[in-house]
Unconditional design. Sequence first.
Length: 161
Amino acid sequence: MSDSVQTADNQYLTFTLAGETYAVEVNKVREVLEYTEVTKVPRTQEFMRGVINLRGSVVPVVDLRLKFDMGQTDRTIDTSIVVMEVTVDEETVTLGTLADSVQEVIGLNDGQIEPAPSIGTKVNNRFIRGIGKMDERFIIILDIDRIFRDEEIAAAVESAG
């Protein structure tokens, strides 16, 4: 990740999934971990990869690529677990999401963010807060709380915790 953080209205952690750049608000991110073995929890949804031990706490790990119908995340040297605090049923929950790679923290002003398109993305647009424009690239900004507001995600998090 870059040491220099740009100053802007909104700060985001960027990461890749299936060759596309995604972002989540920095204030949702607790930490970024190197990939570690994930213990599978029986009878959970396929996108629920399992749990990890994070300093004595059980943290569920979700594969966003599976949730977004992109195929399972393959483990590489760059695979990371982004540990976030998300709101599920009005309760703050700590969980990890797999990322193909974590990029950097970026700053985007409101003028650099467009509304989510209604078609043409791999991700259901109800999970997209907007599309950020930086230089010549687009960054899909996820509404991470909305992703985990989904009933099947909430059930998976409850069964793992």
